[in-house]
Design a protein around this ligand. Structure first.
Ligand SMILES: Nc1ncnc2c1ncn2[C@@H]1O[C@H](COP(=O)(O)OP(=O)(O)OP(=O)(O)O)[C@@H](O)[C@H]1O
Ligand SMILES: O=P(O)(O)OC[C@H]1O[C@H](OP(=O)(O)OP(=O)(O)O)[C@H](O)[C@@H]1O
Length: 212
């Protein structure tokens, strides 16, 4: 059996064409089912549905052989035990610093002010501000980061931006680009050796379908 870990929503939807290229069609959609293990048209392939940030953990420990995870999530996880053969060029966005409209970010940084930063991405935020020599207090959040500057919880946020619609709707502006993000295929290193004859063709099928 080959087990593939995916998260609901954009990762599942954008991985469907890649799975199809490998001859894998899920037997139901996670959005309309409460099942966490989803069968496919292939007896030897199943999907497990987990939180986006948990995908690397399932693959690291071998509970899933393969998975699809954002670069944002992979950097926070650290990547131990994971082989990352392909950038799938899906779920594309940017990790950015944003502040409320009117907040003088450059001025605050120049003055050497200590900034309060709300984010789910504490490791990447710490590294970004340390490299700039800016002192920060990090406030860990698990979602809706855009709210933090509006209610005085933080001076700035580090979050993902795609269309910019969420920032705009909440009177925020992006002030720094940290990195471009897309999702990657990740593979458990031991599984790749033990099940190579079934996993390698899947990697090749995914590779051939990227960007189609
Ligand atoms: N607006 C976006 N546009 C494109 N890609 C995005 C966007 N937001 C997030 N992503 C990418 O898709 C991945 C999955 O995002 P998704 O919103 O499904 O999960 P999440 O809610 O961030 O995670 P969790 O459920 O673990 O809190 C992210 O890790 C990121 O790489
Ligand atoms: O620039 P935009 O196109 O508006 O996208 C940015 C938003 O997308 C992500 O949230 P998502 O839609 O995944 O919501 P969730 O993570 O809170 O489920 C991210 O956390 C931003 O809030």
């Amino acid at each position: 059996m080959i087990t593939i870990a995916l998260s609901k929503g954009r990762i599942f939807e954008e991985t469907l064409p890649l799975l199809a290229a490998a001859g894998v069609v899920p037997s139901e959609a996670p959005e309309s089912s409460r099942k966490l293990i989803i069968g496919t048209n292939r007896d030897d392939v199943r999907l497990i549905i987990v939180r986006a940030s948990d995908v690397p953990t399932y693959v690291q420990y071998g509970a899933a052989d393969l998975g699809v995870a954002g670069r944002d999530v992979l950097i926070e996880h650290g990547g131990a035990g994971l082989y990352q053969p392909l950038d799938l060029d899906i779920a594309k966005c940017r990790l950015m610093v944003a502040v409320q409209n009117g907040f003088d970010y450059d001025g605050a940084v120049k003055q050497g002010a200590r900034l309060r930063i709300a984010t789910k991405y504490t490791d990447q935020a710490r590294e970004h501000f340390a490299a700039k020599g800016v002192h920060v207090d990090l406030i860990k959040l698990y979602g809706s980061m855009e709210l933090a500057p509006l209610v005085g919880l933080a001076d700035a946020i580090v979050d993902l931006v795609s269309t910019g619609g969420t920032l705009k709707a909440n009177d925020l502006v992006a002030v720094e680009h940290i990195r471009d993000i897309s999702s990657r295929l990740i593979v458990n290193q031991a599984a790749l050796k033990l099940k190579e004859e079934r996993i390698q063709p899947m990697i090749e099928a995914f590779a051939g379908a990227i960007g189609r």
